[in-house]
Design a protein around this ligand. Structure first.
Ligand SMILES: Cc1cc2nc3c(=O)[nH]c(=O)nc-3n(C[C@H](O)[C@H](O)[C@H](O)COP(=O)(O)OP(=O)(O)OC[C@H]3O[C@@H](n4cnc5c(N)ncnc54)[C@H](O)[C@@H]3O)c2cc1C
Length: 127
């Protein structure tokens, strides 16, 4: 699972996307500027065998600390607009699960962990 934040930055909101180098097996700290001084800040990564729909205080604390130290000191004075929680579905052997199941018409394309967008299937109908 992973936690990300939407902050409203007073002062100097980042004007460009920024991403720090990867930390051990997790993702780096990154900031994506939105409109009106809002900024997406991500992300934590925690391996869990069961679902965890609510963010942990420790995760939010670690992310804010890392983002403030590595991206912008202005994050310390920002407004916490939203806390986002999502999953990075991962298989036990870390290989993705792709293909049809024994149920007719049900396919699986998951287990891609942090590379969800890059490995997401492309529809045949799109050009
Ligand atoms: C904070 C964060 C940042 C990330 N950043 C990046 C990034 O920069 N680049 C990148 O490539 N990837 C990133 N990822 C990873 C990427 O989001 C995931 O790998 C991708 O979303 C996985 O897609 P999925 O379809 O396998 O699972 P999901 O996106 O989790 O989709 C599973 C869906 O199934 C639904 N569902 C669950 N249980 C049931 C049920 N019983 N019945 C019906 N529906 C159900 C859920 O509601 C959900 O909509 C990030 C993930 C997080 C959490």
């Amino acid at each position: 699972m992973g936690v990300a934040l939407v902050l409203r930055v007073r002062g100097h909101a980042p004007s460009k996307v920024f991403r720090s180098p990867l930390r051990g097996l997790a993702c780096g700290v990154y900031a994506v500027p939105y409109d009106d001084g809002h900024c997406y800040v991500g992300a934590t990564s925690q391996i869990s065998l069961s679902e965890a729909p609510l963010p942990r205080v420790q995760a939010v604390h670690d992310l804010l600390t890392a983002a403030t130290e590595q991206v912008s000191l202005d994050f310390a004075q920002a407004e916490l607009h939203k806390i986002l929680v999502g999953y990075r579905p991962t298989t036990m052997d870390t290989f993705p699960l792709l293909g049809r199941t024994s149920l007719d018409g049900i396919w699986i394309a998951s287990g891609t962990k942090r590379d969800g967008f890059h490995l997401s299937p492309r529809s045949r109908t799109s050009s």
